[in-house]
Design a binder for this molecule. Sequence first.
Ligand SMILES: Cc1ncc(COP(=O)(O)O)c(C=O)c1O
Length: 388
Amino acid sequence: MTLVSAAPVAAPAYDLEGWRRRIPLLSSLIPLNNCSQAPITDDTRAAAERYLKSWTERGMDWDGWMEEVRLAKAEFARLINASADDIAVFSSVSEATSAVASAIDFRERSAVVVTEAEFPTVGHVWLAQEKRDARVRWVPVGDDGTVALDAYDAVLHDDVAIVSACHGYYLNGALQDLTSLATRAHAHGALLYVDAYQSLGTVPVDVRASGVDFLASGNLKFLMGVPGVAFLYVRPDVAERLRPATTGWFGRANPFAFTIKELDWAAGASRFDMGTPPVINAYIARAGMRIINEIGVPAIRAWLETLGERLITGAAARGLTVHGPTEMSRKTATTAIVVPDSHHMEGAMRERGVLPSARGPVIRLAPHFYNTLDDVDTALDVLSSLLT
Ligand SMILES: Cc1ncc(COP(=O)(O)O)c(C=O)c1O
């Protein structure tokens, strides 16, 4: 099944060397841990400093700071073909998922379909709803490390309130097709919640074309940002009929009305907003997402298909075992290689100048727009030399 193919290219369609000069870490390490934490750039550092300058010189600037949060929402919206009004801001994906869950009335429909490929925090949020009458129904990960569409069909019935699926599997980068999932969920009257943390910034996403109801992501991975900020897209017509119980004063129609006894709802996704937003994180997040939008996700994807194919063929040539799909059309930027002790391997590779990301039984090599073919060749050489 082909999910995404941007056709690999011989060289990026953007100024690779120019972008590399804006990433100080490249002078000492090869970062291939973008599925965990992307490196700081001159742009994201400047954004943090802009906030600190404003705080230092103005004491406080709530209007300016809230405008920055709005612009960060707009930058996130641009990534997924939405508008800023369709976006709410949180401090983590866990919090965003909890807010979505809190808006569902499980007395009407009790089943929640959740894949085993979700990052555990997402599963935990849905399991926690069992005290609110929800019943979690798992969709298994197959032996090939992917979730089959048939496996959804086996558990999707008209008692399902919501389907919770990741776009990219955090362990091995397996992609799921959002349009197929939305069509399936909607055919049973269920909503679709998508965690796109492992794909956003590297795989084109169009929430309008795919028909998803919710889509969340944090910012520290391929969006080049920091911990402490996450965004949630809510489809406008869905937002209008939901009342999240996980809420706060920024979810009100007018947060500054200070009417304690009135629980009204902001229009659109803003009703999912919580308390005072993470301002410095939003400054950095906006700058990180602007890099991605400026280069353009299709151009990034095309280069990552080239790097990903090099990783897959290079792993096979060195006798390494790849976990999950081995066609780039079915993968995010992440390639997972099975190793005996991934944490030890992460440390040993770091000592040799390559920064990968250990997760369970695998070492994840997750290049981004700034990586080169030499980077991925070196990482594979280092990894295979440590295994022999
Ligand atoms: C796919 C995915 N979802 C969620 C998370 C965690 O989200 P948060 O810590 O923002 O709740 C991760 C994290 O590392 C992830 O890879």
